[in-house]
Design a protein around this ligand. Sequence first.
Ligand code: SF4
Length: 321
Amino acid sequence: MSLLEIEELQVEYKSKKGFTGKEEIIKAVNGISLDVRRGEVLSVAGESGCGKSTLAKTIMRLENIKSGNIIFNGNNIANLKSKKDIQDFYKKIQMIFQNPYSSLNPKMKIGQILSEPLEINTRLKKAEIKKIIEEKISQVGLDKSTLDLYPHEFSGGQRQRIAIARALVLEPELIIADEPVSALDVSIQAQIINLIKDLKENFNLTFLFISHDLSVIRHISDRIAIMYLGEIVELGLTEEIFQFPKHPYTVALLNAVPQINSSAPKCEYPPMKGELPSPNNLPQGCKFHTRCPYAMEKCKTNIPEERFFSDFHTCKCFLYP
Ligand code: SF4
């Protein structure tokens, strides 16, 4: 059953162009439809600048919707107007940010950082709040004594554990994790990914996980959506995407994952060309045609429809009629 349904979502920004100061439109999200099911980790993968973080911020009501709908628990988030409705919404969706060095207030002790959402959003007594934050800090593998210390007294990995505990205190239904390990050392990344995986399994949490790192994504996801220039070009179960990738962009991303064992087999596909085009000047037709090694004449003008390969696996590409 879907907890979050995104329907034909479009998000645009206005921005001033270089020295001319001329206004231009940045099309960050271009007609995305996607659902997140209860109890799953759905990952959104793609290069930096493809619109992943804009999608996350728009779900959190931090960006304006140009058109389309975001339905959370049956309610369209664009229709939330009263303070109470908006406050209830933020109790149910929490976010973990990329940088644990800037996401925790350096002037507050960890106990205050974790108590604050409960003090603002509930009428719980102090003793009840203390019990909850002690429980959450231990669920992320830290000692109760952590609560009396300040963020600067912790390493990056410990700070990200604290940020995860803060996301958990209100017991949200959906957690959006935006590149939660990309600012951490590789050795610490594995610990945080395992923690998120354990929390998901032990407490049946639902995650929308955003990352450019497919090796991280493979470890944690139930399904993966591949995003290119504000569109989902392929969607499938994790092993479908890794074992049977269909879209040339997905194949190119998989081929770019570093292999420790250099003798490991690699897909024999030609690499994609060039760099991600600017979202203020999107290509016509299939947006990947300027980089695709298989581009045909019709790819330059026509937009490919979604094609189903299984109940869960879809792809938009003319290679599959
Ligand atoms: Fe490449 Fe054409 Fe498929 Fe786009 S539709 S990914 S350009 S083959």
